[in-house]
Write a new protein. Structure first.
Length: 77
């Protein structure tokens, strides 16, 4: 750091890690939120009714969650 070229290098790393965490948070929130929106739309009758199918014991959307997981795996490749 004698010539001043490394000034702010640590700050740049902190900003990069913060940006990465922020992007991942938004991506995961969107993946969870879009399944709920799609489920609500299917209950209103916009997409096919089989998207509104819920799990018999847990009462959570079943078809939308499966398609969401498949889509996230496909985006990974």
């Amino acid at each position: 750091m004698a010539n001043g070229t490394d000034r702010g290098a640590g700050l740049a790393d902190v900003i990069a890690v913060g940006a990465l965490i922020g992007i991942l948070t938004v991506m995961f929130t969107f993946m969870l939120g879009v399944t709920r929106v799609w489920f609500s739309m299917s209950r209103d009758g916009l997409p096919p009714k089989w998207f509104a199918k819920t799990h018999p014991t847990r009462h959570v959307p079943q078809a939308v969650g499966v398609r969401g997981r498949r889509g996230s795996r496909g985006a990974d490749r």
